[in-house]
Design a protein around this ligand. Structure first.
Ligand code: TRP
Length: 337
């Protein structure tokens, strides 16, 4: 029976292990949607190289790890198609064509790229590279190459989806043909997770992340180092759970039973140390099935490579078909007419 499910495409940059911010910000949604959608997951190694081109070993080392983190989160390799970006030439070709539909000024306004450039001043000391500056165009190619209807992402990726939609509309209108599918974003607003240091965002580069496959010891160490309410010096002081990341994580993991805990923090019945003990235990239990699900893939790299290889082959079939349509629209299908 022909499968007529709508398509999902989303991706991860293989630059490090996935953490709670990735999970609650977006991976959880893709896990929930994998039955209803024909899901393509992209390991965006080409995009990762745009700001890691001097350390390719770092990118290469994380390709399999990122896939394992997704399986750890509940992605079923039988249900999704896993694709490695650099092994899909059609994405690179589409990127070139989409460049015709994006002005330099349009890219300069992208708030996510702006803040990334600000954070990477050393790398871009002599100027921002074309590769990094234009990665949103290549991301539009990632998305459209798999006929994506829906793109589950974290909030910071909304500008990329908006640009993709613009490119699709302009492309289809210019060539008067529905060659490309216009995607929609799927985000959980307000799902951003702060770092253990209280920083605005959990991130590997800020060294404030709890990773999905952290050991119980690592979880404990990180939780006990976490930022809490500076005004609550001792247990009996009235607490302010809004500003405290320990309270934030407790709420994330167990939103239903959170009200009493927060009340006990406020009225001085519960102290930060007790909260941290509770959180370390809860997080360890919460992440235990993640470590379990990861194990078979981490221990059988041959099987893992096979999954990625097979998925990439299937991904190429679809991406080549989309490229064929795009070339037909642009009237450069000389030899396939
Ligand atoms: N830019 C995304 C991130 O940093 C990763 C990514 C690459 C992506 N290609 C994509 C996400 C396509 C969604 C769709 O997390």
């Amino acid at each position: 029976m022909a499968e007529k499910k709508p398509h999902i495409l989303t991706g991860d940059r293989p630059t490090g292990p996935l953490h709670l911010g990735h999970y609650f910000g977006s991976v959880k949604n893709r896990v929930a949607l994998q039955d209803k959608y024909n899901t393509y997951l992209l390991i965006a190694d080409v995009q990762a190289l745009t700001d890691n081109f001097k350390t390719p070993e770092k990118v290469a080392a994380n390709v399999e790890e990122v896939a394992i983190d997704n399986f750890a989160s509940g992605i079923d390799p039988e249900k999704v198609t896993y694709v490695i970006q650099s092994a899909v030439p059609a994405i690179a070709e589409l990127t070139v064509f989409y460049g015709n539909f994006v002005t330099v000024a349009r890219l300069e306004r992208n708030p996510t790229v702006k803040s990334e450039i600000a954070a990477k001043q050393a790398l871009f000391a002599k100027g921002v590279t074309i590769g990094f500056f234009s990665y949103p165009v290549s991301q539009a190619a990632d998305i459209t190459a798999f006929d994506a209807n829906l793109v589950p992402v974290g909030e910071d990726q909304l500008p990329m989806i908006e640009l993709t939609r613009e490119i699709v509309r302009k492309f289809n209108a210019t060539y008067n043909m529905d060659a490309l599918v216009e995607p929609e974003a799927f985000v959980t607003i307000g799902a951003r997770v702060r770092g253990v240091d209280g920083g605005s965002k959990m991130s590997k580069s800020m060294d404030n992340a709890i990773y999905l496959r952290d050991t119980p010891e690592e979880i404990k160490r990180k939780v006990f180092s976490a930022f809490t309410d500076p005004l609550k010096a001792s247990k009996s002081d009235p607490g302010h759970p809004e500003g405290c990341v320990v309270c934030e994580y407790l709420r994330l993991i167990d939103p239903e039973n959170n009200a009493q805990l927060m009340e006990d923090c406020r009225n001085g019945r519960m102290g930060c140390v007790a909260d941290k003990k509770k959180l370390a235990k809860m997080l360890t239990d919460y992440l235990e099935p993640f470590r379990e699900r990861a194990r078979p893939y981490a221990e059988n790299r041959t099987m893992l490579k096979e999954i990625l290889h097979e998925g990439t082959k299937r991904g190429n079939e679809l991406a080549n078909e989309v490229l064929r349509r795009a070339k037909e629209a642009m009237k450069i299908n000389y030899f396939t007419k």
